[in-house]
Design a protein around this ligand. Structure first.
Ligand code: PNS
Length: 178
C-alpha cells in the first residue's frame, strides 16, 4: 500500500532532511512520519540521539538496527546515531530541514521552542512539522513501554518485530530483578 501511495505522490527531491529523536522504540507513528517525509525530500536521515537524559530501554545500536529494519522498504532513508546538537548533525548531513511530528496540542509548546532554538542556532535550517495521522495520535514510545511492562498488547502501536524485541527486553529485565 505504501508503494502504491508513494508512486502517486510527486517526489520533489528538493533537499535533504534529518528526523532526530530517541526512537526508544520506533512506533507506527514514527514510521508514518518517516514514510511521508521521505517522499518529499532527497534523502531523509533518521537520527537517533546517543546521549539522552532519559534512560533508554534499548541501546543506541539496538534502536538504529530496529529503525533500519522497519525502513528497509524506503530507498532514500538512512539511519544514523548522533551526539550533540540536532542542528549540528543536520549541517554535517547537508540537510536543510529537521523533521518532527506533532501529535497533539500538548506537543506544540515544546516543539515550537525547540524549532525556534534550532533556528536561532542555525538560521539556514528549518523545521518541517508533520501532523501525526489521527490513528497514531496517542501513541508514544513511553506508552509502548508502559503497556508492555504490564504485559499488554502493543501490536497496534509498533510493528510485530519491534513488539517481539520490546517483550524480550521486558522479560530480560524482569528476570534480572528477580
Ligand atoms: O524523540 P524525542 O526524545 O522527542 O527527541 C528529542 C530530540 C532528540 C529531537 C531533542 O532532544 C534534540 O534535538 N536533542 C539534541 C540536542 C539539541 O539539539 N538540543 C537543542 C534543541 S532544544
Amino acid at each position: 500500500m505504501f508503494r502504491r501511495w508513494r508512486q502517486n505522490v510527486r517526489i520533489y527531491h528538493m533537499a535533504n532532511a534529518i528526523y532526530p529523536g530517541s526512537f526508544d522504540p520506533v512506533t507506527r507513528g514514527h514510521l508514518d512520519i518517516i514514510e511521508r517525509a521521505s517522499a518529499l525530500v532527497g534523502e531523509l536521515t533518521v537520527a537517533v540521539l546517543k546521549n539522552n537524559a532519559k534512560s533508554p530501554l534499548f541501546s543506541v545500536e539496538e534502536r538504529v538496527n530496529m529503525l533500519k529494519d522497519v525502513t528497509r522498504h524506503i530507498p532514500n532513508v538512512r539511519v544514523e546515531s548522533f551526539d550533540g546538537l540536532s542542528v549540528e548533525f543536520a549541517r554535517q548531513c547537508g540537510a536543510a530541514f529537521i523533521v518532527r511530528g506533532l501529535r497533539a496540542v500538548t506537543d506544540f509548546e515544546y516543539e515550537l521552542q525547540m524549532a525556534q532554538t534550532n533556528r536561532s542556532l542555525q538560521p539556514g535550517i528549518d523545521t518541517l512539522f508533520f501532523a501525526t495521522e489521527l490513528k497514531y495520535a496517542y501513541i508514544s514510545s513511553t506508552i509502548v513501554k508502559e503497556v508492555a511492562s504490564y504485559g499488554g498488547d502493543i501490536s497496534g502501536f509498533v510493528l510485530p518485530q519491534i513488539a517481539e524485541q520490546v517483550h524480550a527486553k521486558m522479560a530480560a529485565r524482569a528476570s534480572a530483578i528477580k
